[in-house]
Design a protein around this ligand. Structure first.
Ligand code: DX5
Ligand code: ZN
Length: 222
C-alpha cells in the first residue's frame, strides 16, 4: 500500500493560492480546512475557496469540515467538486444518512474523530465510510504538537475495519512532520495531512517527496 500525502493549505500564503498549489503539485490531495468559529475556535473559509481550488485542477481536494451542522452543509462541498469530504462524528446528527448523501454526489466520505472521541461508538458504521480521520491535535489551528496518545486509536480503527471486512483509509491530521509521519505510519495510518511541515519548509515540493518516502518506508517495514 502506498501512502497518501495531503498537505493542508491552512497556513499557506493564501494571497497566492495558485502559486502555493503549484508548489505542492506532487501531492495526492490538497487538504482544505473549513472552520466555522463554533465547532472550533477559528474561522477559515467555505465553498468559494473550495470551488477555486477545484477549478485550478492541480490535484483532487480533500475537505475537512470542522463545522457544526454538517448534516446541512457537507453535501454542498461534494457538489462543489471535492473528491473527499470529512465531517466530524461529534457534530453530525445522522452520520449514516449524511455519508450516503455525500456518496451520492460522487465524493468519498471520511468520519473525523477529535482526540477524546473513540472509535468504539462508530464501529458498526465503518462500512459506510471510506476514511476515518484520527485527529492528532485538538482541531482548530495549525502548528500544534503531535499527540502521541492517539496512536493506539489508529490500531483500534485498523482492527475494527478488519473485523468489519471494510477497506478503510486512516488519515492523521495535526503535527505531522518527518518524525511523526513515521510513527503514524508504523501505527497503521496511510493518509497523512501536513500543514506547517510542508509550507514552512524551504522547498514544499521536496518536503512532500520526503514525507512520502519516509511514510512509504515505514509502511513497508511494518
Ligand atoms: C487543524 C487542521 C489541520 C492543520 C494541520 O485543526 O485540521 O489540517 O492545518 O496543520 P499542522 O500540520 O501544522 O499541524
Ligand atoms: Zn485538517
Amino acid at each position: 500500500m502506498k501512502p497518501t500525502i495531503s498537505p493542508s493549505i491552512l497556513n499557506c500564503d493564501i494571497a497566492d493560492l495558485a502559486g502555493e498549489l503549484h508548489k505542492i503539485r506532487n501531492a495526492d490531495f490538497a487538504h482544505v480546512d473549513i472552520m466555522d468559529n463554533h465547532f472550533v475556535p477559528n474561522l477559515t473559509w467555505g465553498l468559494p475557496v473550495v470551488e477555486a481550488v477545484v477549478a485550478k485542477d492541480i490535484m483532487p481536494v480533500d475537505c475537512h469540515l470542522m463545522i457544526e451542522g454538517p448534516d446541512q452543509w457537507a453535501p454542498a462541498y461534494a457538489e462543489a467538486g471535492a473528491a473527499s469530504v470529512t465531517f466530524h462524528a461529534e457534530a453530525a446528527k445522522a452520520p449514516l444518512r449524511l455519508a450516503n448523501e455525500i456518496h451520492k454526489q460522487g465524493a468519498k466520505v471520511g468520519l473525523g474523530l477529535k482526540p477524546t472521541t473513540d472509535i468504539h461508538d462508530y464501529v458498526d458504521l465503518l462500512p459506510a465510510f471510506d476514511m476515518i480521520l484520527v485527529m492528532t491535535v485538538e482541531p482548530g489551528f495549525g502548528g500544534q504538537p503531535f499527540l502521541h496518545s492517539q496512536m493506539k486509536k489508529i490500531g483500534r480503527v485498523r482492527e475494527a475495519a478488519k473485523q468489519a471486512g471494510a477497506e478503510i483509509a486512516i488519515q492523521v491530521d495535526g503535527g505531522v512532520n518527518r518524525e511523526t509521519i513515521q510513527i503514524a505510519a508504523e501505527a497503521g495510518a496511510d493518509v497523512f495531512v501536513a500543514g506547517s511541515a510542508v509550507f514552512r519548509a524551504e522547498d514544499a515540493y521536496q518536503e512532500v517527496e520526503q514525507l512520502r518516502r519516509i511514510a512509504s518506508e515505514a509502511m513497508h517495514a511494518h
